[in-house]
Ligand binder design. Structure first.
Ligand code: GTP
Ligand code: MG
Length: 413
């Protein structure tokens, strides 16, 4: 890739792709976004509190206000639904708040719908709505039509360690209700807590759940509804991988990003490349070669190492500065003649590549091609920002129209 596709070509190739879904308003999560991980390995005491102890988080997770006419803004919604104790809140906390999986043992049962914005002014912009276990669709105060109308993905969490017959009935009810309101929703089923199952049992459980759920839909004449299934656990990387796939389906620029990654790797002699959202470790795109779990896990570990070391040794006095910036880069040589190469792409995105040692000898070429790749990503990003700005202006105008001259809203908020 001696020359990156100029922006004009990008726009010609993907004219409709520069649509955005969201307007960023609230900063991601209440915890410092760059706190060292509490995830798989835990983090040093005193560095980055966990959300469970962070009172700021409580104010961040807004309680749903159904009457807010602007709360249904353009940001795609991801709903977390499922029976009580199936693990919904744990998933949200582990993926987006870096909570350590063990700490989820102390989470209290959710008793009201909590929504949270994941906004990082990059490609990953959405709202997550965490539901209490038992939602009564027949409760008149529960306006499910309004909720499903603005939903991009509905994640239904099934506890695989429990008897899942009730969960399957609830899944069927939820999916059919949601589909009636909005046929565009992606239905994602997380067969969760699989850390407690043997490999054979995992496959058998997935097959059984898949079969039963689809049979139920077929019996109701709704075989056109497509359900995607994932085996997940908060105790390994499977939950991050599953969430990556859910989020990728909501990123309209995905084909552009994949295309750029394909051009980049084929011209640089790179085996595999991932574009990561550094904070959540969700990969928002990868080239078209197949992903294997070990590769993905190595990338996650590399990001953790870079951020942890930067947090501990890279910050200025009194913790000023960010541990991830333009200068962020890392090279890790593995003992199997593979090199892991990480470079900053935007404030929130990193490129992590797998390169053979012999190809890495041409690092100059890789760096030059990376420079072109980065420029192209920024072009895509700029188009998106322009749309975000114009959406903001539109929304402000809308709000003004809805208010009386003395500023009081015409509708009850
Ligand atoms: N073994 C295992 N336990 C998990 C996993 N995910 C969550 N849990 C546990 O499941 C229990 C319930 O988790 P929650 O996240 O509170 O469940 P919830 O679905 O939000 O429950 P409600 O808010 O009551 O609807 C906690 O004790 C978690 O530690 C997992 O992947 N594996
Ligand atoms: Mg909960």
């Amino acid at each position: 890739m001696e020359t990156a596709p100029p922006p004009s070509i990008l726009r010609v190739l993907f004219p409709g792709r520069f649509r955005i879904h969201g307007v960023s308003s609230v900063r991601r999560s209440g915890v410092g976004a760059w706190a060292p991980r509490g995830g798989m390995g835990g983090h040093p005491p005193g560095l980055g509190g966990t959300p469970a102890q962070d009172p700021e988080l409580e104010t961040c997770a807004q309680v749903l206000d159904f009457s807010d006419p602007f709360s249904t803004e353009v940001k795609p919604r991801i709903l977390l639904m499922g029976l009580r104790r199936s693990g919904k809140s744990s998933i949200q906390k582990v993926v987006f708040h870096k909570m350590s999986p063990n700490e989820t043992l102390f989470l209290e049962s959710t008793n009201k719908i909590c929504r949270e914005d994941v906004s990082n002014s990059s490609f990953v912009n959405f709202q997550i709505w965490d539901f209490p276990g038992q939602i009564d669709f027949f409760d008149p105060t529960f306006d499910y039509e309004m909720i499903f109308r603005g939903t991009g993905a509905l994640i239904f969490v099934i506890d695989s360690q429990d008897d899942y017959m009730e969960a399957l009935a609830r899944l069927h009810l939820t999916v059919t209700r949601a589909y009636k309101v909005n046929t565009d929703i992606n239905f994602e089923v997380f067969i969760h807590k699989v850390d407690g199952l043997s490999d054979d049992h995992k496959i058998e459980t997935q097959r059984d759940i898949h079969q039963r759920a689809n049979d139920d839909l077929a019996d109701a004449g709704l075989e056109k509804i497509h359900l995607s299934f994932y085996l997940t656990s908060i105790y390994d990387h499977s939950i991050f991988e599953a969430f990556s796939k859910v989020v990728q389906k909501l990123i309209p620029q995905l084909p552009t990003l994949e295309n750029l990654l394909n051009i980049f790797i084929s011209n640089s002699g790179i085996e595999k490349a991932f574009l990561f959202d550094v904070v959540s470790k969700i990969y928002i795109a990868t080239d078209s070669t197949p992903v294997d779990m070990q590769t993905y896990e190595l990338c996650c570990d590399m990001i953790d190492v870079v951020i942890d070391i930067s947090c501990i040794y890279g910050l200025k006095e009194h913790g000023a500065g960010t541990p991830y910036d333009k200068e962020s880069t890392a090279i890790i040589k593995l003992n199997n003649t593979t090199v892991l190469y990480l470079k900053e792409v935007t404030k929130f995105l990193a490129l992590v590549c797998f390169v053979r040692e012999e190809s890495f000898e041409r690092k100059g070429l890789i760096d030059y091609n990376f420079h072109c790749f980065r420029k192209a990503i920024h072009e895509v990003f700029e188009v998106r920002m322009k749309v975000v700005k114009s959406r903001k202006v539109q929304s402000r105008l809308q709000k003004k129209k809805a208010a009386t001259p003395n500023g009081t809203p015409r509708v009850l908020l």
